[in-house]
Design a protein around this ligand. Structure first.
Ligand code: NI
Length: 253
């Protein structure tokens, strides 16, 4: 059974059919889903979702695009709420220099949320875009190797992949690996031991081929598993079995 380590079912793209869709996931080969917070609002919706569906777990954290307005009250709420049942990680947190240039603010929020994870003994889910070196350096100086977790939607080179793997992190692999222009990621997957890969949709985004462009959902991870299987000379079932085991170990489910 598939483990989707990163989805956003609180997104408005699911407003019309969220309940029906999630109720059918078990019959479509999906065992667990982790719904990942990205803003204060989505953290609160995540808590609602994990109460309604036994196989949906949650991560709480604020995405680098959303940290500008964070208050001390927000941090206090996060530090307290990560102890709720079925919260299995802090995330998504990290650095994104693609759209925003508030670098110092992003780094401060990243470090503060890493501290929350360390205190609660939870792994972290890292979002990093156009910020490979700073992400690595901030993780290194904050001893992220003692916290552990996943580099979500890994988008850097195989050389960078090795550095994050050496720090003990997993790589989150999703729809991009099925894209024709996903060559760099295919190389990363070939070089990464299957024991260090977890599957993720980032639903509703990044839908794998052959459904690219449509709304993503956890059962489409079978296409991601097929692609990884081909790259690594395994069967799709083997890829699903190993990555699900990895995800359970990472999130301690
Ligand atoms: Ni995400």
């Amino acid at each position: 059974m598939i483990f989707d380590t990163h989805a956003h079912y609180d997104d408005e793209a699911f407003d019309d059919d969220r309940e029906q869709l999630l109720e059918r996931m078990r019959n479509r080969g999906v065992e667990y889903i982790v719904n990942v917070g990205a803003s204060m609002a989505s953290c609160k919706s995540t808590i609602g979702l994990i109460r309604r569906f036994p196989y949906v777990y949650g991560a709480l954290g604020v995405h680098p695009d959303e940290v500008a307005e964070l208050t001390d009250d927000d941090y206090n709420w996060l530090a307290k709420s990560v102890y709720k049942p079925k919260i299995v990680a802090v995330g998504e947190i990290g650095l994104d220099y693609h759209w925003n240039d508030n670098r110092e603010q992003q780094i401060a929020a990243f470090e503060r949320q890493m501290d929350i994870a360390r205190e609660a003994e939870l792994p972290i889910i890292i979002h990093s875009r156009d910020a490979a070196k700073d992400t690595y350096d901030v993780m290194k100086s904050n001893k992220a190797d003692e916290i552990g977790g996943v580099i979500h939607c890994f988008s850097y080179t195989k050389e960078m992949a090795k550095q994050f793997l050496d720090m003990g992190f997993y790589l989150g692999i999703g729809g991009v690996v099925t894209f024709k222009n996903g060559k760099k990621l295919k190389e990363v997957v070939k070089c990464t031991p299957i024991e260090r890969i977890v599957l993720e949709t980032d639903a509703p985004y990044l839908t794998p081929e052959p459904n690219r462009g449509k709304r993503n959902a956890s059962h489409y991870l079978k296409y991601v598993a097929q692609e990884i299987a081909q790259l690594k000379g395994m069967t799709a079932k083997e890829v699903i079995d190993v990555t699900t085991k990895n995800a359970k170990e990472m999130y301690r489910i």
